[in-house]
Each structure stands twice: as structure tokens, then as C-alpha cells.
Write a protein that binds this ligand. Structure first.
Ligand code: CDP
Length: 587
């Protein structure tokens, strides 16, 4: 396909100071000596034109590549939507790998295990993250047929994956991130639950225990559950469900690790059960995938979808604008699948059959600030449902439109959509809520659906100068209330929050809340509200104060199950943590 020429009148993007640093360090093209030769404008045009070019092969397309490239350019450079990092890094380059999320199978034989190590290395090099279930590996000390020796078990192999990751920096841009999952009924589960006890152990992995409905029922009934040898399918022992759940809670209280995922629930929402069972998610948990499946994500900045009401009253969301952005973004993400070069033929095959995409949102806290709605309120939770219901419905409608232009996803007839006669759709899934660690820095917005970490904080800039950085919506509100001063900002930067600042107006203190001001239950309610209308899953951390007890965590875990979440991650303030970095600062 011919290159699309950059239009002479293409405007220069406005780039915030932090984005300048991040883009230069990791996204703009560099020559062999590491010298950046691409401007930010060229970067966004490279991405916009490479993705728009794919349009040319669809005869029934309702738009032209040149026009679409310009629309994509404007969409990204206005920071209303950004695709996941690998798309920004690799679109229009020889590498051409554009997806952030992969899941690889780990078979129960040495060849299969080392194939997975190699494939993970290839994916990390291209900027993607990998998830694996280790559940098929036979337990430690079981017999190995070929030699008559004994197996070393999932944990010993996990260490090999971890070590391999350590040695490979993703395409010189970011270090590989992994998710490791083990089913609760695997005989080595106790060892897995304790695998990250010591700080620094398995530091390239997030670990999650795959919980089943049967296990949750056993916890409820205070009953025992069976451990099943994966290689024989036979029960090899029993454990008390409540005791195991208690230990899980204890570990999460100590370090936040392991997290939990509800495997049966994930599979209940598997749109293509005929293609197999979902065993794992990507590294940050928001994207359940089949073995050898990949998914590309993208996020809409809700902070920019605010519409001021007349006379400053009845402020709302600009629904028409949001709809326009959703439709354009879905087309973008579907084109990304065509433009992407996947590292293995098995992956290309699975991806092209299901065409999963994950459109999500960021800037949620910024939107709530503008709407004057406290994050920790039922109004905010109701608004979350309203927004995500709209995003899901419009994303599906866009996917239907694409199916009319380009055809349905190949496995549609045997998918759950096909069975329910809902389609045809172009994509087996359309919505996912990502952490947006780096994207939110580039867009200058609050990340994902999280509350802000701090309203104001001190950032060390390169020459060791300290800069006080403040959330722009907070700054504007302070100015409106005639309460802004440099001295106040320095004071706020010390603690991040204004919760205890009695001298500030009450309405500001209730609206401008931060992660630690939000009670854990509201974190969870927010996650559940977004999950209700998300095809895949929601990346969210439930923050707890340092004083939180194990009972508090038990309660959160249990409620996450009751509220219909697909998993949950907790972080208790001050507890030791060696979480895999999923932010732009991951080195
Ligand atoms: O903002 P950005 O697109 O860089 O990524 P994110 O939304 O924070 O993370 C989305 C997904 O990208 C993660 O769940 C991982 O699958 C992948 N990722 C990774 O592999 N390595 C990282 N250092 C960060 C993200």
C-alpha cells in the first residue's frame, strides 16, 4: 500500500513537559547511535497514516485513507484517544508489532515450557506483555515418564521465565511484564501463594490465583476442596477452603501479592468457548485471552468529554462528541489488527479469527472533578455505569458497522454472539479498561478509572530542580474559590490530599479526593460499576490504609466476588511491594 504523504498544513501537536520526556525516551524513532530523528509530529503522523492505510483494502469502506489519517492524527494529538504503547512505538516501522497483551500456553513438557520462554522473549522485545497459566504443569515431585525422575513443578519453571525476562529489555524501551496464574486446585498452590513472600522474588511477575466457583462455594460452606493432579486428572489431596482463603488474604495484606481472578466467571464471558478455555490474563489483569491470543488496547480521555452547561449550570458529558470518538477509535483499533505483525504464526491465526479489541477510558477522575462529583459517592458509581454502558453500546454498534463493511469475525457463527443471534460483529470483544500508565502521562490526564494519587506533588526534574505539579482541574477550582496560593500548593504537595485541611471550603474537600481518601469499598464499587459494561476486565487497585486489617481484605475479596468483578488487586499503604511496574517509569 502506498505511503500517505504528510499534509503541508498538519498542525504541530502541543506536548506537555512530562510527555516530551517520555516520548523522546521511548517512542520517537532513534538511529543506531540512539539519536532521536523523529519529531513528535512525525511520530503521530507515522501512527495515524500506518493505521489509516489499512482502510484501502476494504472496498465498502465509508471513508478514504487520507481523510482517515487526518482524523486519527487529530484524535491522538488532541489527546482524546491514544492507542496502547506498542502501537505508538511500532506502527509504520519494520517491527510492526502493535499489541500490548498476549497470553501463551505452557505445556507440560520441557519442549513446550522452553518454547513459551522463547516466545515470551520475542513478545517482550516488541513491547508486549505476556500472561501464562502454569496450571497444566504436573506438580513438584510427580513422576516424569521419560526418565523415571521427578518433576520440579510450576514454581521452579516460573523462576526461569522470570530470569529470562530480566535479561531482555522490551525493544530497548521497557522491561517485560508477566502475569502468572495457577488454579486453586493445583497441588502446588500453597507454594505458589507464598512465592513472592520475600521482597524482590519473581519481580517480573504479577501472580494471581485462579479461583473457581466450586472453591468459593467451599469457602462459604467452610468445606474442604480437592487438589487435582493436572497430568492425571486425579484427586491427590484435600485442603480446607477457608484456611487457604485466609492465607491468601494474609499474603495480600503483607504485600498485595498474589491477586485473585475468578476463572469461571472469566469463562462465562468467553465469547468463543468453542476455541477453548481462558486460563490467563495479560500482566495487569484487564485482558483475559485464549492461549496464543493477543489484544490491542486504546483509551478515550473522558476528562476531555466534559460539556459545561449553560450559565455554568447542569454540566454534563458531551455525549455526541463521546460517540464520535468511540466510533473513530473502534475503527482505529480494528485497523491495528490488520497493520500488526505478530511474532508467531499461531498468534496471527488466533487474533485474526477473533479480532478482539479493548477500547477503554482514562481521565475518569478528571471528569468527576469537573462534574463536581466525589469519586466516593453513589452518584459517581451511577455515572460510571452510565458512561461505560454508553461506551460499550456505541463500541458494539461501531463493530457492527465494520462488520457490514468488512465482514464479521471468522468465529462469529460459533461464538456466543452468533448463538444469541446478536451480531454480526467485527470483533469478539470491544471493551477493556487498561491501567494507562504511560498513556495518561502523554495525555496529561488521570490514569484509567483510578482516583488521582495526589492533587499536588513535587516532581524532580532532570537538573535536580524541584517542580510543584498540580492537577489542572483542582488548580482551576481553587482559583474559582479564591483559595489559590503558591504556599498552599507546597503544603498540599507534602501530603497530596486536602482531606484534613479544614481551612479549605467543604465542597472542594469532598470533590477533590485522592486514592487514599477514597474508602476501599468505593474503590471496589467503582471497579464493579465499570466491569458491568466491560466485555473484558477492568484494571483497578483497591487502596487500603496502612491500618487496614486482614478482615478488611477478606471483606474486599468476598465483595469483589459478590459484586461480579473478574478479579481484584489490593494494596495496603506501606506494605512491602515488588509489583511489576506497569507505568511509563518501568525500567
Ligand atoms: O499506558 P500503556 O499503553 O503503556 O500501558 P498500560 O495501559 O499501563 O498497560 C496495558 C498493558 O500493557 C499491560 O497490561 C501489559 O499487558 C502491557 N505492559 C507491558 O507489557 N509492560 C509494561 N511495562 C507496561 C504495560
Amino acid at each position: 500500500m502506498p505511503e500517505l504523504k504528510m499534509p503541508a498544513n498538519l498542525p504541530d501537536p502541543i506536548v506537555n513537559e512530562n510527555a516530551k520526556i517520555v516520548l523522546q525516551r521511548r517512542y520517537q524513532r532513534k538511529d543506531l547511535d540512539g539519536v532521536v530523528y523523529e519529531t513528535v509530529k512525525e511520530l503521530f503522523w507515522r501512527v495515524a497514516s500506518a493505521i489509516a492505510k489499512e482502510e484501502a483494502k476494504y472496498e465498502k469502506s465509508t471513508t478514504k485513507p487520507a481523510k482517515l489519517a487526518r482524523d486519527f492524527y487529530d484524535l491522538m494529538t488532541s489527546y482524546r484517544f491514544l492507542p496502547n504503547s506498542p502501537t505508538l512505538m511500532n506502527a509504520g516501522t519494520d517491527l510492526g508489532q502493535l499489541a500490548a497483551c498476549f497470553v501463551l500456553p505452557v505445556e507440560d513438557d520441557i519442549e513446550g515450557i522452553f518454547d513459551a520462554v522463547k516466545h515470551a522473549a520475542m513478545i517482550h522485545k516488541s513491547g508486549g506483555g505476556t500472561g501464562f497459566a502454569f496450571s497444566r504443569l504436573r506438580a513438584k515431585d510427580s513422576v516424569v515418564g521419560s526418565t523415571g525422575g521427578v518433576a520440579s513443578g510450576p514454581l521452579s519453571f516460573l523462576k526461569i521465565f522470570n530470569c529470562a525476562t530480566e535479561q531482555i529489555k522490551q525493544g530497548g524501551t521497557r522491561r517485560g511484564a508477566n502475569m502468572g496464574i495457577l488454579r486453586i486446585d493445583h497441588p502446588d498452590i500453597m507454594e505458589f501463594i507464598k512465592a513472592k513472600e520475600r521482597d524482590g522474588d519473581l519481580n517480573n511477575f504479577n501472580l494471581s490465583v485462579g479461583l473457581t466457583e466450586a472453591f468459593m462455594q467451599a469457602v462459604h460452606d467452610k468445606a474442604d476442596f480437592e487438589l487435582i493432579a493436572p497430568n492425571t486428572g486425579k484427586a491427590v489431596g484435600t485442603l480446607n477452603a477457608r484456611e487457604v482463603f485466609n492465607i491468601l488474604v494474609q499474603k495480600a495484606w503483607e504485600s498485595g501479592d498474589p491477586g485473585i481472578v475468578f476463572l469461571d466467571r472469566i469463562n462465562r464471558d468467553n465469547p468463543t468457548p468453542a476455541m477453548g478455555e481462558i486460563e490467563s490474563t495479560n500482566p495487569c489483569g484487564e485482558q483475559p485471552l485464549l492461549p496464543y491470543e493477543a489484544c490491542n488496547l486504546g483509551s478515550i480521555n473522558l476528562g476531555l468529554c466534559f460539556a459545561k452547561g449553560k450559565n455554568g449550570k447542569d454540566s454534563e458529558i458531551d455525549w455526541d462528541e463521546l460517540k464520535r470518538i468511540i466510533h473513530l477509535s473502534v475503527r482505529f483499533l480494528d485497523n491495528v489488527i490488520d497493520a500488526s505483525v505478530y511474532p508467531l504464526p499461531q498468534i496471527s491465526d488466533t487474533v485474526r479469527k477473533n479480532r478482539k479489541i479493548g477500547l477503554g477510558v482514562m481521565g475518569w477522575a478528571d471528569l468527576l472533578y469537573q462534574l463536581n462529583i466525589p469519586y466516593n459517592s453513589q452518584t459517581a458509581v451511577d455515572m460510571a455505569e452510565r458512561v461505560m454502558k454508553f461506551v460499550q453500546a456505541e463500541a458494539r454498534s461501531a463493530s457492527k458497522q465494520l462488520a457490514a463493511e468488512r465482514g464479521q469475525f471468522t468465529t462469529y457463527p460459533e461464538s456466543t454472539f452468533g448463538a444469541a443471534n446478536l451480531g454480526p460483529y467485527r470483533n469478539a470483544t470491544t471493551t477493556t479498561i487498561a491501567p494507562t500508565g504511560t498513556l495518561s502521562i502523554i495525555a496529561g490526564c488521570s490514569s484509567g478509572v483510578e482516583p488521582l494519587f495526589a492533587l499536588s506533588f513535587v516532581r524532580n526534574v532532570m537538573d535536580n530542580d524541584k517542580l510543584v505539579e498540580t492537577n489542572p482541574y483542582f488548580e482551576a477550582a481553587l482559583k474559582d474559590a479564591d483559595a489559590f496560593s503558591g504556599k498552599l500548593m507546597e503544603e498540599i504537595a507534602k501530603v497530596g490530599s486536602i482531606k484534613k485541611m479544614d481551612h479549605l471550603p467543604e465542597h472542594l474537600r469532598s470533590v477533590f479526593v485522592t486514592s487514599m481518601d477514597v474508602e476501599p469499598i468505593w474503590h471496589l464499587k467503582m471497579q464493579a460499576a465499570f466491569q458491568k459494561y466491560t466485555d473484558n476486565a477492568v484494571s483497578k487497585t483497591v487502596n487500603l490504609p496502612g491500618s487496614a486489617t486482614k478482615e478488611d481484605i477478606w471483606d474486599i475479596y468476598w465483595k469483589a466476588y459478590e459484586y461480579g468483578c473478574k478479579g481484584v488487586t489490593v494494596y495496603r499503604d506501606g506494605s512491602k511491594t515488588s509489583q511489576v511496574l506497569c507505568t511509563g517509569d518501568a525500567e
